[in-house]
Design a protein around this ligand. Structure first.
Ligand code: SAM
Length: 263
């Protein structure tokens, strides 16, 4: 897959992929990764890529022309493959594991990192296929968000993760959170590793892990578990149990975790 990032700060994004599994996949050539800088297509001889907003107001806006030129350059580079373009924006579709798996099926994806007050709306209308938000907060620029998207998509590209099993069973796969993990020593500060993990009984270990995933998800993300049982993935017994329970109150779950951290 070809992944590109349009950014006025290419070093910020490149630094993220100097190490780690995605960085190694880029180095091996399993992922083709490039950055494209709007400053290579400036508005004037001073190298400007932004301008004041029409109508007044604070800050600057990234102009449409340099961004459009970056998309055209990316189309040239990936030809004959089809390029899809996504703008990182707090106003976009919320990024998720399932969106990442869908995007990882594309041949070529260009991510556009905004800056300042944002980007000229006409660039979005004419060149952007999808806007992606990584959460309900405002970052100072799209580089971190683009790096998050590259990292998550990168893990789904064949060859990136050494053991494919590790992405088949982790948080959000099958609408469940992951189970607790343990390594040596057997006792740490008086806390023992659960007995079943030392039993050598693989079926018992699997049963325990599945149960732990369900319990953890119910406690922390009841919305996911409701989604799971609605897909009829679980036994009728668990389905009845979840659907007959008090309506999942996410606010309470969030408030409880905030209480823990501010104690
Ligand atoms: N004025 C914009 C608004 O309120 O929607 C925010 C602009 S923000 C300071 C600058 C850039 O950071 C955005 O154009 C976008 O590329 C990126 N950005 C900020 N928050 C983001 C988020 N939650 N998800 C994805 N990108 C984000």
């Amino acid at each position: 897959m070809w992944l590109g990032v349009v950014t006025i700060f290419p070093d910020l994004v490149k630094a993220m992929f100097k190490e780690g599994v995605v960085g190694r996949a880029i180095e091996r050539g399993d992922i083709s990764f490039e950055t494209i800088n709007p400053r290579d297509y400036p508005l004037n001889s001073y190298g400007s890529v932004d301008d004041r907003p029409f109508g007044g107001g604070p800050g600057m806006v990234l102009a449409a022309e340099p961004l459009a030129a970056c998309v055209q350059a990316a189309r040239e580079r990936v030809r004959p493959r089809t390029l899809k373009t996504a703008l990182l924006s707090p106003q976009g579709t919320r990024f998720s594991q399932s969106l990442a798996t869908k995007l990882s099926q594309l041949d070529a994806l260009l991510l556009v990192a905004g800056r300042y007050e944002g980007v000229d709306e006409r660039f979005i209308t004419n060149y952007v296929d999808l806007e992606i938000s990584i959460g309900d907060y405002v970052l100072s620029g799209g580089e971190l968000a683009a790096s998050v998207v590259v990292d998550v998509i990168g893990r789904y590209i064949e060859g990136t993760v050494n053991n494919p099993e590790s992405i088949e069973c982790e948080s959000f796969t099958d609408d469940l959170l992951d189970c607790p993990q343990y390594t040596r020593p057997r006792v740490f500060e008086g806390v023992e590793v659960p007995e079943v993990l030392l039993s050598g009984d693989h079926r018992a270990v699997e049963r325990w892990r599945h149960q732990q995933r369900i319990e953890k998800t119910w406690k922390r993300r009841p919305d996911l578990l409701v989604q799971r049982v609605n897909k009829e993935t679980e036994s009728a017994e668990l389905r009845d149990c979840v659907l007959n329970a008090q309506p999942a109150n996410l606010e309470t779950v969030e408030e409880e975790s905030l209480c823990e951290i501010t104690k």
